[in-house]
Design a protein around this ligand. Structure first.
Ligand code: ZN
Length: 490
């Protein structure tokens, strides 16, 4: 049995005005054909999970492409045409195949199409025809559309946020596809949707209302009532039509049952919509509390979250550290900034040199101005490494050329490209041990908690400015379908 396998993922953020081009995919990884097998290795992401299941079943994987860009602005038409064009060309060359198995995100938006994942599935369907099963895994922040359901036989979302089950979701998707190919199940998909937008750190599966909702969905799977029940609180920073919370249900040959259960799951979330507010701490207070405590305090710079599509170049935290005089203490503070110009300035100065430079807000000036600082260049390096923390463990990351600037005890990690801040692997890659720090800032709203909970004395989510601001009510939506909770009375 020959199963075509591919991955084409990006999570868009339409509050970022910077389009995502092909170079952003290449900077992270773009693997073609057999490169997929060695390039991803045992990374705990979807494709290796899918491959493991196919191998166990003796099915032959036919590799297409695997690429993942870090979250950012809408993807350019040219980038999608090139990537999807390559995927489809390899698929056509491989025909006939018995099925297609894809790892998608679900919230990719194009400059001219708010449903890129639907477009990808429709294009794949056109190549293979109606008889060949098409299965896809999806991120729990996917923006689910009817077009996606129309062109896929199997859709399976993560159960966990923070996303510690990417590999397992790949496995589940592949297993249902094999069951379908064996004639053991006839998947029927249906969606229930409610137009509401929830703060991501108020909708995790660690605690709170969304944890309970997901437990109910998983119980339906375990009880055999459904093949898969997936909940999508959606990437909230998308100003696009039909934005909302989706429940996606897959039953065995029962479309009516799938529809009824999906609508019930969506209604269950709607009923508790006022319970999702996030726990945000003012930045200045979070820093004061960290400086007053022993051990490591980790603070989420949630407004500038690179995994949510922010550029990672906000200097709001650095500005507050200097305002509170942390640079004149002996307490180590670690933070990152995406600033290729500053990296180059550090490279020109060389290791050990003292430099004065403007840092931050070179990409996005809407939330602040570049900040002039003086520091000593501690480290210069080429920043390719692999994720060490839970969720996407082993996945390749690339921050490009990087430099560490010491501003007193502040360690400012300057990088060329944004990377995931889910764990300390970027700091470790430049020789900074998180356990030695008093303060560590992660440009992430939630996921960073999983890794740091084992080493931090306390963790806060700071209410910081930027295109991933977690205070939903502060965002201005103009293209969404109204009414939309929490903006409109319903
Ligand atoms: Zn997600």
């Amino acid at each position: 049995m020959r199963i075509a396998i591919g991955c084409l993922q990006q999570e868009s953020n339409t509050f970022s005005p910077f389009p995502t081009g092909i170079e952003t995919f290449r900077a992270n990884y773009l693997l073609k054909g057999e490169e997929i097998f060695a390039g991803l290795g045992g990374a705990r992401v979807e494709v290796p999970g899918m491959l493991a299941v196919l191998q166990e079943a003796g099915a032959e994987p036919v590799p297409l492409i695997a690429t993942h860009a870090l979250a950012g602005g809408a993807v350019t038409r040219a980038a999608l045409d090139e990537l999807l064009g390559e995927l489809l060309a390899r698929l056509k060359a491989a025909l006939p195949v018995d099925a297609v198995l894809l790892a998608l995100h679900g919230a990719m938006v194009l400059e001219d199409d708010s449903d890129a994942d639907g477009a990808i599935l429709a294009a794949v369907r056109e190549v293979v025809g109606p008889e060949v099963p098409v299965a896809a895994s999806l991120d729990l922040h996917g923006h689910i559309t009817q077009r996606m359901l129309d062109h896929a036989d199997i859709l399976v979302g993560y159960h966990c946020y923070p996303h510690i089950d990417m590999y397992e979701t790949g496995q589940r998707t592949a297993r249902w596809l094999l069951e379908m190919l064996a004639g053991k199940v006839k998947p029927a998909l249906a969606m229930g949707k409610r137009h509401m937008v929830l703060s991501p750190n108020g909708a995790t599966t660690v605690a709170g209302p969304f944890k309970r909702l997901m437990e109910q969905a998983v119980a339906l799977e375990q009880g055999g009532e459904v093949l898969a029940a997936s909940l999508f609180p959606v990437q909230p920073w998308l100003d696009i039509p039909d934005l909302g919370y989706a429940a996606l249900v897959m039953t065995d040959g029962d479309p009516e049952g799938a529809k009824r259960i999906a609508q019930q799951l969506a209604a269950d979330a709607w009923a508790v919509r006022d319970q999702f507010d996030p726990d945000l701490v003012p930045l200045a207070e979070a820093i004061r509390r960290g400086m007053a405590a022993d051990g490591l305090t980790v603070i989420g710079d949630s407004g500038d979250a690179t995994t949510g599509g922010a550029p990672g170049d906000s200097a709001a935290v650095l500005k507050e550290l200097l305002a509170q005089g942390v640079d004149r203490t002996d307490r180590l503070a670690y933070l990152t900034l995406v600033d290729p110009e500053a990296v180059q300035a550090a490279e020109r100065a060389g290791i050990g040199a003292e430099v004065t430079m403007a840092v931050g807000h070179k990409v996005d000036r809407r939330y602040g101005e570049p900040l002039t600082v003086t520091g000593r260049v501690l480290t210069l390096c080429e920043g390719r490494y692999r994720v060490v923390g839970p969720g996407a463990t082993g996945a390749p990351m690339n921050m490009g050329h990087a430099a560490v600037l010491a501003i007193g005890p502040i360690r400012l990690l300057l990088m060329t490209y944004p990377v995931s801040a889910w764990d300390a692997s970027a700091f470790l890659a430049v020789g900074l041990d998180p356990r030695a720090a008093t303060l560590l800032f992660a440009k992430s709203p939630s996921h960073f908690r999983v890794y740091y909970t084992t080493i931090a004395r306390q963790i806060f989510n700071a209410d910081t400015p930027g295109p991933t601001c977690c205070n939903m009510r502060s965002l201005t939506f103009t293209r969404v379908t109204r009414p939309l909770y929490p903006f409109d009375e319903q």
